[in-house]
Design a protein around this ligand. Structure first.
Ligand code: AMP
Length: 282
């Protein structure tokens, strides 16, 4: 397995592989890898000749008061985990080599990015789209795998690929959870013992909505109340949002006629956790 920090060298290597007729699979990450990331690598490994993973904590997607400096990092461990999953090349760039000091071109999605995490994190998806577009140009993948854990991000990347004609297939990877249901996240490391226990309320709230939905409830206010009640009765939990949106357009719903993406963000101290599920009548 090769580790390359230089963007130019990574692109040179990728173009060479393409010329040799190799299919390239790609899993972009911010590192501090866990089973969620590794599951995406396994999905990708099975379908490509060359598997590329990137480890890059992208400054452009963090707001001024967010956790860029505190974001957990352990590259040696990440490297070993990538090797264990059969990754061929890890792209591990320095921020200074990814963004020119006078960088002035950005990729902005302006239909799906406004609500959910977009309202709590202005500029976040502009940073995500820009870095993913840059990574696609550097890595030249045939396909890239993104986790359903970041449901809004996934849909925005799919839209970017469609609207900017990237010749890349986006593959969705299911959410990987801890045994008690908490979605795996690098940010779970910030939680103290009590917060970690209480963080189960995200999945429990999703389960509560799913149970009502299975019993025939289609009205969003009723489904949403059950979730809000559950989270609000959890010590230390602070709701950022609990939303039911159309699974494709991300427009808020009052009733579920087809498929709803149910997404929530909940704060515990300074840690913000997200989770989601799709409720579909089909
Ligand atoms: P991150 O390192 O948090 O930027 O995540 C990198 C990729 O891993 C993204 O496509 C995420 O959606 C995905 N991912 C993160 N956590 C999980 C999880 N628990 N299950 C599945 N995919 C995940």
């Amino acid at each position: 397995m090769d580790v390359i920090s230089s963007p130019a060298e990574t692109q040179r290597r990728a173009l060479e592989l393409k010329r040799a007729g190799k299919t390239i699979g790609f899993v972009p990450t911010m590192g501090f890898l866990h089973e969620g990331h590794l599951s995406l690598m396994r999905l990708a490994r099975a379908r490509c000749d060359v598997l590329v993973a990137s480890v890059f904590v992208n400054p452009a997607q963090f707001g001024p008061n967010e956790d860029l400096d505190a974001y957990p990092r352990d590259f040696e461990r990440d490297e070993a985990l990538c090797a264990g999953e059969g990754v061929d090349l890890v792209f591990y760039p320095e921020p200074a080599t990814m963004y020119a000091p006078d960088a002035s071109v950005w990729v902005d999605e302006d239909a799906l990015s406004g609500g959910l995490c977009g309202s709590a994190r202005p500029g976040h998806f502009r940073g995500v789209c820009t870095v993913v577009a840059k990574l696609f140009n550097l890595v030249q993948p045939d396909f890239a795998v993104f986790g359903e854990k970041d449901a809004q991000q996934l849909r925005i990347i799919e839209r970017m690929v469609r609207d900017l004609n990237f010749p890349i297939e986006i593959i969705r990877g299911p959410i990987v959870r801890e045994p008690d249901g908490l979605a795996m996240s690098s940010r779970n490391k910030y939680l103290d013992e009590e917060q970690r226990r209480n963080a189960r309320c995200l999945r429990r709230a999703l389960d509560a909505a799913a149970a009502l939905f299975a019993a025939g409830e289609r009205a969003v206010p009723a489904l949403r109340s059950a979730m809000v009640e559950l989270v609000e009765s959890t010590p230390g939990a602070r709701i950022d949002y609990v939303e039911f949106v159309d699974d494709a357009s991300l427009v808020p719903l009052t009733e579920i006629a087809e498929a709803a993406l149910v997404a929530l963000a909940v704060g515990f101290g300074t840690t913000r956790l997200i989770d989601n599920a799709v409720l579909s009548v089909y």
